[in-house]
Design a protein around this ligand. Sequence first.
Ligand SMILES: [Zn+2]
Ligand SMILES: [Zn+2]
Ligand SMILES: [Zn+2]
Length: 118
Amino acid sequence: MTQCDYCHQEMPAAISCTHPYLVFVVPGKDPEVLQRKVYPFDEQCRDCGVKHNGIHHFGCAMESCPKCGKQLIACGCFSGGDLWVSRTPALPKNAQYNAVKSRPENISQEISENKPEK
Ligand SMILES: [Zn+2]
Ligand SMILES: [Zn+2]
Ligand SMILES: [Zn+2]
C-alpha cells in the first residue's frame, strides 16, 4: 500500500486528502492561498483512489489546477516558487503545510518551457 505524503493515509483506502488548500510561496512576496479542486466524477480516481467530491492526494496526476483548470502537475501556473499543501487557509508562523517534493523530471521540463519570459 502507498501512503500519501501529506495526510499519511493509505492511498487507495482514503476517500479524500486532508489538506484542502494550496499555498504558493514566491520568495519576497506574500504567500497565495487557493482552495484545491475536488474530484468531480462518480467513479473513484484511478490514480490516488479518492471518491466523488474528495480532494486528491497531492501529486495525483488527475488533480486540476484551481487557476487554469488544466492538469495541476503540468500546467505551469505555479512555476517560479514553492507549492505547498495546507489543512487551513490561515498561514501560521510555524507553517503547518508540507513542502512539495521535487516533481518528476519530465514534468519540470514541461514547466520550464511554459515559464513566462522575464
Ligand atoms: Zn493525502
Ligand atoms: Zn486522484
Ligand atoms: Zn494552472
